[in-house]
Design a protein around this ligand. Structure first.
Ligand code: AVI
Length: 325
């Protein structure tokens, strides 16, 4: 019942690495410097992200979980039996709430989790198979773009593409548009897109969520440099960088940076890249946008995705949107 396809590591590895490398080179040679957020997620980074989701300050996961618990059954009733494709599935913890709802209604389910982190993808798929006797899992080790391009038409009655956890916030507005068009290309008319997004709220709540007192988010941010060292034979000294996260009110986004504690030279040997950093210079590692529901619904509509339902928590901190092609 389990099939694992490594879209990132069999045929496409060398091509993919070149793409990755050009991203890194571009980001580190421009001013201001930046790095692609997907480098957070080696196996250790994915484990740290799971810890972030449990932090008291990181309201996102528990709020979205509560919304799913309340409305998963409504979602399953609307979509009917389907193939559930999840982008950035990680540990699939929240997805279990949906799987339970489909199970309860007696709907057969094919689950296609997609993640760049092979370790967490395969281990969570095995746990799911042990717990759901009729589930079929086709796990794809892949980026979203590559996986969405490779998906064949749904083998079930319908397809639901699920993108929860507010990962949409990690894309800038232009990337967001491209992403929506990739999603619609992978859906047939009448099929669904389930989207979880973090909404506007006070600066204090937002900044606390990305500056937790246990400093797990700081470790998660710094781990990106360790990942780059391993991947590209680099010599970033993690002790010479500091985590920094703040809310940019104008852009309505949290920005995570790594601040260089002194002027320093860093080398990524496999990329033939030498980087000079000034003291206090920062590298932007992530944006996390916070959404306005009406603007988001309009953007989705422009891409041909009609919002059928919006569910929120009582504080209106987080939104879960069910859209249809
Ligand atoms: C995965 N993504 C939605 C998280 C976020 O909140 O933007 C990543 C994260 N970065 C720091 N904490 C969590």
């Amino acid at each position: 019942r389990l099939q694992v396809e490594h879209l990132l590591s069999v045929n496409t590895l060398s091509a993919q690495q070149q793409i990755d490398a050009s991203d890194v080179v571009k980001g580190l040679t421009q001013t201001p410097k930046s790095l692609p957020a997907r480098y957070f997620y080696d196996d250790y980074g994915s484990m740290l992200f799971e810890q972030i989701c449990e932090l008291p300050e990181y309201y996102l996961t528990r709020t979205e979980t509560a919304i799913l618990q309340q409305y998963a059954s409504a979602i399953a009733q609307i979509t009917g039996a389907c193939e559930l494709v999840e982008l950035g599935s990680g540990s699939s913890t929240k997805t279990r709430i949906l799987l339970d709802a489909y199970n309860c209604l007696g709907y057969p389910l094919r689950y296609i989790p997609i993640d760049v982190s092979a370790g967490i993808l395969e281990s969570s798929a095995r746990l799911l198979l042990a717990d759901y006797s009729s589930l079929q899992v086709q796990a794809l080790v892949s980026t979203y773009e590559l996986a969405l391009k490779q998906l064949k038409p749904s083998q079930s009655d319908s397809r639901v593409i699920c993108f929860i956890g507010s990962s949409l916030g990690n894309l800038n507005p232009q990337e967001c548009q491209v992403f929506f068009s990739q999603v619609t290309a992978a859906l047939a008319p009448g099929e669904y897109f389930l989207l979880g997004v973090d909404l506007h709220k006070s600066k204090d709540l937002l900044e606390a969520a990305y500056n937790d007192s246990q400093e797990v988010t700081a470790a998660f941010n710094l781990n990106m440099l360790k990942h780059l060292n391993q991947r590209f034979d680099g010599n970033f000294n993690l002790k010479q960088f500091k985590h920094q996260a703040f809310y940019n009110e104008e852009r309505r986004q949290i920005e995570m940076h790594l601040r260089s504690m002194r002027s320093q030279t860093v080398e990524l040997r496999d990329l033939n890249l030498i980087i000079e950093l000034d003291s206090d210079e920062t590298i932007l590692t992530e944006i996390s946008r916070k959404f306005d529901l009406n603007e988001l619904k309009k953007d989705l509509q422009t891409q041909g995705l009609k919002t059928l339902n919006v569910w929120m928590d009582d504080n209106k901190w987080f939104g879960l949107l069910l859209c249809q092609m």
